[in-house]
Design a protein around this ligand. Structure first.
Ligand code: B12
Ligand code: SF4
Length: 547
């Protein structure tokens, strides 16, 4: 490896952008409405005066008046932390910067790091950058800022969108730890790019080439068989001391990769790759020593193990109970996993909430989804989790092939009776590649993609309409629209899990009220000042990265 003195081998960056349209009301997950309060220019001026450049408030146009909504920072990226850990352990220097385009001052830091440390390689995570044009723009911007750096993109979006395969010097599909080290070896002159599995790269003539074991057709056409680059080694322990930010108190942790189910609308990787309890113990203890005790578990489904080790989650909960580190966490779960025994263990291990993807309240649709559980299981799972004191968020989707007004009526009926603590109701999203696009669904004549589609029983316009009508109806019935994701965002800036529950509840009837009726606060509440202070200290923390 070449010694670059103060120079940097790898700069890793991440940001979050999930909608084509920049209107924050279309990407509510990036923001918090903080109890549906919006702030006026005078509050913005006051915050700027006290903590210049904190970028906390995001301007929105409210029918001519400019008001501001609170924007929470993008969560710390586990992908970058994992990558940084293996890069660092291999002896390369590495630095992480996130929120690079969302937060102005973070972008300034990016420029400083590039100027002062001339990274050889810049890696971008697209896990939460969903928009191709945005990614291309970011790559272009980096090329201008760092013309000599090689740019590597990785993460789900670049894997799924073929138009991105030639946007950077290297694209990594699937797990990135092994591939990133191989690319660094290649740049050190020790390996041919064409021998690296699961990557695309630009050759000396700027032509797109694929590395070993990737056939371009497979990357984009394979419906029903999601692509997975399995690592032979264990999932690495993430070392957050490399992350270089101190704002957050809620972090990601991963116990397994992949999922053993095969729901036909879902593109998550199939199969399960587990960590040993020993490595989990080491990571939990090391994190606690750094003050990290709050988590959003990143597993596709935390509450089940593979067929040969069904009690994996039970054992992890028991480990957490025995360690007694005061952990608090939430996770994805399935209704058919939640027994009294597991719910009790989860509560004692520090779980405060679960996210169930229930999707439908109609048995015929659940069967078509190959969901693996029925409506009775859903009633049972929600009731058991609530009985033990878990906050239950549930997601439902409208318009899966076979959906009719009648089946949607059954979903509304289920929600009204089961009453999860919060819900999201959205239009069926048709991914580029998912089993539902395969031959088994030919009879439904499914066409289109993403949010624009049609099939024999419904089209996306009708589904949108039903989502609107259903939402109005459920709001009337006192159901809470929110998201379990918001726990992480709000807890990161100092709210407790109980505060977040209270905020979600207070928001229920306001959620759909729209811009016209929103309240504009002239006051700067103490928590907003607190958040601004967090941001200010984060600026100081990042100075470490430039030195
Ligand atoms: C946990 C999770 C969440 C959590 C995040 C919690 C947290 N603390 O981070 C929550 C519940 C908040 C969440 C929310 C959403 N999520 Co989510 N989530 C996941 C999930 C299950 C795991 C992500 C994760 O952290 N994995 C662990 C890390 C280590 O893996 P990774 O990011 O994939 O990184 C690896 C490789 O991809 C690669 N890699 C990644 N970046 C880079 C960069 C370089 C340079 C290299 C070389 C390699 C590389 O190497 C990494 C290590 O092996 C994935 C599905 C899955 N199983 O992957 C969906 C997933 C990321 N989510 C997705 C979506 C769409 C969303 C939402 C937009 C959903 C919604 N409609 O609201 C929101 C966005 C939230 C927001 N804007 O606020 C999509 C993204 C699709 C895409 N990119 O094309 C995914 C892939 C699921 C899917 N297939 O639909 N999510
Ligand atoms: S929807 Fe959930 S349970 Fe089904 S395959 Fe996807 S991750 Fe697994």
């Amino acid at each position: 490896m070449i010694d670059h003195g103060k120079g940097l081998d790898v700069l890793l960056i991440a940001d979050e952008h999930v909608q084509e349209d920049d209107n924050p009301f279309n990407s509510l997950n990036n923001f918090t409405q903080a109890g549906a309060t919006f702030f006026s220019q005078s509050v913005k001026d006051e915050l700027d005066r006290q903590h210049a450049g904190n970028s906390l408030l995001f301007p929105i146009d409210a029918g001519g008046d400019q008001v501001f909504q609170v924007r929470l920072p993008h969560r710390p990226s586990l992908a970058l932390c994992d990558l940084a850990t293996v890069i660092d352990r291999a002896g390369y220097s590495v630095c992480i910067l996130d929120n690079v385009r969302t937060l102005e001052w973070r972008y300034d830091q990016l420029k400083t790091v590039i100027q002062e440390r001339s990274p050889r390689v810049i890696g971008i995570s697209t896990t939460f950058l969903l928009v191709s044009s945005y990614i291309k723009q970011l790559v272009q911007q980096l090329r201008e800022l760092a013309p000599n750096a090689k740019i590597v993109v990785g993460g789900q979006t670049v894997r799924e969108k073929p138009e991105l395969h030639n946007c950077a010097d290297f694209s990594v599909f699937g797990e990135g730890e092994v591939a990133m080290l191989a690319i660094l070896k290649h740049l050190d002159g020790e390996r041919e790019a064409s021998s690296i599995p699961n990557i695309a790269f630009l050759d000396e003539e700027g032509q797109l080439q694929y590395g070993a074991s990737v056939e371009p057709g497979i990357m984009v056409e394979m419906a029903g068989k999601p692509f997975r680059a399995r690592m032979d080694e264990e999932i690495p322990d993430a070392d957050w001391s490399l992350y270089g930010r101190n704002r957050d108190s809620v972090y990601s942790i991963e116990f397994s990769r992949g999922c053993k189910y095969n729901c036909f609308y879902c593109t998550y990787d199939r199969g399960m790759n587990l960590r040993s309890l020993d490595s989990i113990r080491t990571e939990l203890i090391r994190n606690a020593e750094m003050g990290i005790t709050k988590y959003r578990i990143a597993d596709a489904n935390f509450t089940d193990g593979p067929p040969k080790y069904r009690r994996y989650p039970h054992d992890i909960c028991q480990l957490m109970i025995d360690l007694d580190l005061g952990l608090q966490w939430s996770c994805y779960s399935r209704v058919d996993d939640i027994s009294d025994e597991l719910a009790d263990l989860m509560i004692r291990a520090g779980c405060f909430g679960v996210f169930f993807g229930i999707e439908s309240g109609d048995d015929r649709i659940l069967k078509l989804m190959r969901k693996g559980h029925d409506v009775a299981d859903s009633y049972q799972g929600v009731a058991t989790a609530k009985k033990h004191g878990l906050f239950v968020h549930s997601n439902f989707l409208v318009g899966y092939p076979g959906e009719t007004r009648e089946s949607f009526g059954n979903t509304l009926d289920f929600i009204e009776r089961a009453r999860p603590d919060s819900i999201t109701l959205g239009i069926f999203f048709l991914p580029l590649k998912a089993p539902v696009k395969g031959p088994k669904f030919r009879d439904y004549e499914l066409e289109g993609s993403a949010m624009e589609w049609r099939h024999t029983t419904m089209d996306s316009d009708t589904a949108k309409q039903l989502v609107e009508e259903g939402t109005e109806y459920l709001v009337e019935q006192g159901l809470v629209f929110g998201n379990e994701f918001e726990f992480q965002g709000m807890m990161s800036v100092g709210f407790s899990a109980d505060d977040v529950k209270a905020i979600l509840k207070s928001r229920s009837h306001k959620r759909r009220s729209g811009l016209a009726r929103m309240k504009v606060s002239e006051h700067c509440p103490s928590w907003l000042l607190q958040m601004a202070k967090h941001n200010a200290s984060d600026v100081r923390e990042m100075e470490a990265c430039t030195s």
